[in-house]
Design a protein around this ligand. Structure first.
Ligand SMILES: Nc1ncnc2c1ncn2[C@@H]1O[C@H](COP(=O)(O)OP(=O)(O)O)[C@@H](O)[C@H]1O
Ligand SMILES: [Mg+2]
Length: 361
C-alpha cells in the first residue's frame, strides 16, 4: 500500500507562530517516515501557504533532520514555494496542524480541511472554536457543573466606551489582584496580572491588542496541574502533571525562553483522589465541548484550600519532546512517536465515521 501523505501544517498567522515551529520540528523528527510520506506545509505570519520542497524532506544528515532544523530556526520560508491552499487536497492525504492560537487552533483551519474534504488530526470545528474562547468555554464548563474561577467578560466596546467604567466594574466584582487575558489567545500572550486600577487599565489595553473579547479572572494562588486526553467517542486521560513555573506566573518567557528553569513534575505530587478527580473532570470537559482527537486540559489547585478549578482546554497543546502533552502520555506508557500516530488514526476514524455510507438528501 502507498504511504499516506501527511501534511505537517506549521507556522500560522497567530502570535504563537514561533511556538508552532518548535512543536512542528519535534513532530517531524519523531514521526515514522517509513510509514508516512511527510509534506511540510508552512503558513507565513501574513497567511501565505508554502511547501518546503521534498528534496529537503529527504535531507537527513546522520541524526539530523535538516528540514526540522530549518523549520525550528524559522528559515524555512526561503526554501519554500507558495501555493494556493485550495490545492491542498492534491498534495496531501491527511493534515496534521501543529499550530497554536487564532486561525490555527480555533476551528478556522479545521473548517478549511472540512471544506476541502481532507481528514485531519485533532479537534473539529466546534470543539476548537469553543476551547479557544476562554469565556465561552468557561460558560459551558459552568453549565456542566465543572468548577471554574470567578470571571467577567468585557468586549472592545466596553473597554473603548469607558476604560474607567470597565475597570470599576472589575474592581467591584473581582477585586485585586486579577488576571486579564485576551479571550482567544494562548501561550500567555497578552496575559497580565493586575494589582491596582492603573495596572488593570494597562492590562485591558494590552489584551485588546490581541482580541476584541477580554476575560478577567479572580486571582487564584495556585498549583498548575494538567492532564492529556486522547480519543474520539471513548476518550482517555493520561497521567497528571504539574508545572513549576520559573516566574511569578507561567508567562510567555517562563514557557519558552527561560532555558529550562520552569520544570514539569510527572506525575504531579498530589493525592490519588485528586488525580482521579482531575482525570474525570478533564474527560467531562472534553466531551462537553465535543472534543475529538486530543487535547490538554489544565487545572489550578488553590494552594490554601485545595479547591480544584478547571482553567482551560488546549486543543493543540505544545508538542515538543519536552512538552507536557506527549510527556504525560509517555508516563502512561505511550511513546512520543506513537502518540502522533494515534492522533492520525483518530483523525481517519472520525473522517470515515462521518463520510462512510452517508447519502446527502
Ligand atoms: N485566574 C488566575 N489565577 C492565577 N494565575 C493565573 C490565572 N489565570 C492565569 N494564570 C496564570 O497565567 C498563565 C496563562 O494563563 P492561561 O489562562 O493558561 O492562558 P494561556 O492560554 O495563554 O495559557 C497560567 O498558566 C497561570 O500561570
Ligand atoms: Mg494555559
Amino acid at each position: 500500500m502507498d504511504k499516506k501523505k501527511i501534511g505537517i501544517i506549521f507556522g500560522g498567522k497567530s502570535g504563537e507562530h514561533e511556538v508552532s515551529l518548535l512543536s512542528a520540528a519535534s513532530v517531524i523528527r519523531a514521526i515514522d517516515k517509513e510509514k508516512f510520506e511527510l509534506h511540510y506545509i508552512g503558513i507565513t505570519r501574513q497567511g501565505r501557504w508554502m511547501e518546503v520542497p521534498k528534496i529537503l524532506g529527504r535531507d537527513i544528515d546522520g541524526e539530523r533532520d535538516i528540514t526540522a532544523d530549518i523549520i525550528e530556526k524559522g528559515s524555512w520560508e526561503k526554501a519554500a514555494k507558495e501555493f494556493n491552499p485550495g490545492e491542498l487536497k492534491g498534495r496531501i492525504d491527511f493534515a496534521l496542524p501543529v499550530m497554536h492560537g487564532p486561525y490555527c487552533e480555533d476551528g478556522k483551519i479545521q473548517g478549511l480541511f472540512e471544506m476541502l474534504d481532507i481528514p485531519y488530526g485533532g479537534c473539529g470545528v466546534l470543539a476548537s472554536a469553543v476551547a479557544m474562547d476562554k469565556a465561552l468555554s468557561k460558560k459551558i464548563f459552568e453549565m456542566e457543573g465543572l468548577p471554574v474561577c470567578r470571571y467577567e467578560l468585557l468586549t472592545r466596546r466596553d473597554v473603548k466606551g469607558s476604560l474607567d467604567a470597565a475597570a470599576q466594574r472589575i474592581e467591584k466584582s473581582l477585586g485585586y489582584p486579577c488576571f486579564v487575558k485576551p479571550a482567544n489567545m494562548g501561550s500567555s500572550v497578552g496575559v497580565s496580572k493586575a494589582a491596582d486600577r492603573q495596572q488593570l487599565k494597562e492590562a485591558l489595553n494590552l489584551a485588546l491588542e490581541y482580541d476584541k473579547r477580554i476575560i478577567v479572572e479572580e486571582f487564584i494562588d495556585c498549583r498548575e496541574i494538567e492532564t492529556a486526553v486522547l480519543g474520539n467517542d471513548s476518550p482517555q486521560a493520561a497521567a497528571v502533571g504539574e508545572i513549576l513555573p520559573s516566574a511569578e506566573f507561567y508567562d510567555y518567557n517562563a514557557k519558552y525562553c527561560d532555558g529550562g528553569a520552569s520544570k514539569l513534575c510527572i506525575p504531579a505530587d498530589i493525592s490519588e483522589e485528586a488525580a482521579t478527580r482531575i482525570r474525570e473532570m478533564a474527560l467531562k470537559a472534553y466531551m462537553a465541548i465535543d472534543g475529538e482527537g486530543f487535547a490538554r486540559v489544565d487545572f489550578f489547585i488553590d494552594k490554601k484550600t485545595g479547591k480544584i478549578y478547571l482553567n482551560e482546554i488546549n486543543t493543540i497543546p505544545g508538542f515538543t519532546k519536552y512538552s507536557m502533552f506527549p510527556l504525560l502520555w509517555e508516563a502512561a506508557g505511550v511513546k512520543y512517536g506513537k502518540t502522533i500516530e494515534r492522533i492520525v488514526e483518530l483523525g481517519y476514524e472520525r473522517y470515515y465515521a462521518e463520510n462512510s455510507g452517508q447519502t446527502v438528501l
